[in-house]
Design a protein around this ligand. Structure first.
Ligand SMILES: *[C@@H]1O[C@H](CO)[C@@H](O)[C@H](O)[C@H]1NC(C)=O
Ligand SMILES: *[C@@H]1O[C@H](CO)[C@@H](O)[C@H](O)[C@H]1NC(C)=O
Length: 331
């Protein structure tokens, strides 16, 4: 049954007689890594669920098994009039660009990458801001004076995460030592928990007693290795505090859910526009998690320091270095 669900939708229906195109369900194409990382994907899915619960609308979903399926999946949704069609993950950027060119009258969105097309809204995150909080808390929790970082694929957004982590750690302890390793140079570097565990274990042997993972599915091996060694991990993307209760210091969330919700809801309200949306701490795009799983690990002093840093970054009094716009990491 066809149902007009919002006034914006109805207005377009009357004006353009294109109800199917304008009012069809939004659609989402999850990335390959996302399917098994229980992290990025989970956050995207949380945004879908929230949209469906709050609006009573439907969402079409497709889970990629291979990157090569992305273009076809995006085209299929666009050709059926689904809008907007959102692609999760930087590895869908080329496919999304092609689909957006092929369907210039359809609205698209992408999370974690910029696609410069007149019908695409790109959501990117200030990873460095969240990472700063992770580094600050890591340095405050560390007893050894050494903390670790395991990145996934060696790409600018992960380098940006690393630099923010270093800056935050140094802000809490100017003598802190930060060990870091990237897992690889291909997207597979986000899906190798065994290698993640090896890299974390090597850092722990060199003295790290807190290790942050910025590595998607690879990071699950990092958190496991930290828990097994009796030291602390730090999760990313979604709330991973519960994966190893009492052994995950905090999680630096990338609010993919808020990006997905915003893209769908703005379309529903008729305010969807192309361009770049940059989401940091101040915009609710990044945050750190304090819940029942990590409460005993976060002292009042640590919480006060993290809250102050969030406030300072949000109002601009603390400037976190961004390797993408500011150049080489000075730390
Ligand atoms: C997301 O990941 C979770 C956990 O791995 C899985 O249960 C779920 O089916 C995935 N959902 C999508 C839409 O990819
Ligand atoms: C991690 O990086 C350090 C510093 O670059 C390097 O010496 C070390 O071999 C790397 N560890 C592994 C296990 O690759």
């Amino acid at each position: 049954m066809f149902r007009l669900s919002s006034s914006a939708c109805a207005a377009i229906f009357v004006a353009a007689l294109s109800a199917t195109a304008a009012c069809a369900d939004p659609a989402i194409v999850y990335s390959v890594g996302g399917k098994f990382d229980g992290s990025f994907n989970e956050s995207a899915f949380a945004g879908v669920k929230r949209y469906m619960e709050e609006t009573g609308e439907n969402v079409r979903e497709f889970e990629l098994e291979r990157d090569a399926q992305s273009l076809q999946a995006l085209r299929n949704f666009a050709s059926r009039g689904n809008a907007p069609v959102i692609a999760i993950g930087f590895n869908q950027a080329n496919a999304l660009k092609q689909a957006a060119e092929a369907f210039p009258n359809s609205d698209f969105a992408i999370v974690d990458m910029v696609v410069d097309q007149p019908n695409v809204r790109s959501y990117v995150f200030k990873e460095h801001e969240g990472a700063y909080i992770g580094g600050l808390l890591a340095a405050m929790a560390s007893e050894s004076g050494t903390v670790g970082f395991v990145g996934g694929m060696d790409i600018p957004i992960i380098q940006r995460f690393l630099c923010g982590y270093k800056q935050g750690a140094l802000s809490a302890d100017p003598d802190i030592k930060v060990l870091f390793n990237m897992t690889g140079d291909t997207p597979a570097a986000f899906a190798n928990p065994v290698r993640g565990g090896e890299l974390a274990t090597a850092q722990i042997k060199r003295g790290a007693d807190v290790v942050l993972q910025a590595a998607g599915g690879t990071g699950l091996g990092v958190l496991q290795a930290a828990a097994d060694a009796g030291v602390l991990g730090i999760g990313t993307d979604s709330n991973q505090n519960g994966l190893h209760k009492g052994k995950v210091l905090t999680s630096i969330r990338k609010r993919v859910d808020n990006a997905v919700f915003d893209s769908f809801n703005s379309a529903r309200e008729g305010s969807f526009s192309p361009g770049i949306q940059v989401l940091g701490l101040a915009e609710g795009g990044m945050d750190w998690v304090l819940d029942e799983n990590n409460r005993p690990l976060i002292s009042d002093e640590m919480k006060t320091a993290a809250d102050a840093a969030v406030a300072g970054i949000s109002d601009g009094t603390i400037k976190v270095h961004d390797v993408i716009s500011d150049g080489v990491c000075p730390y």
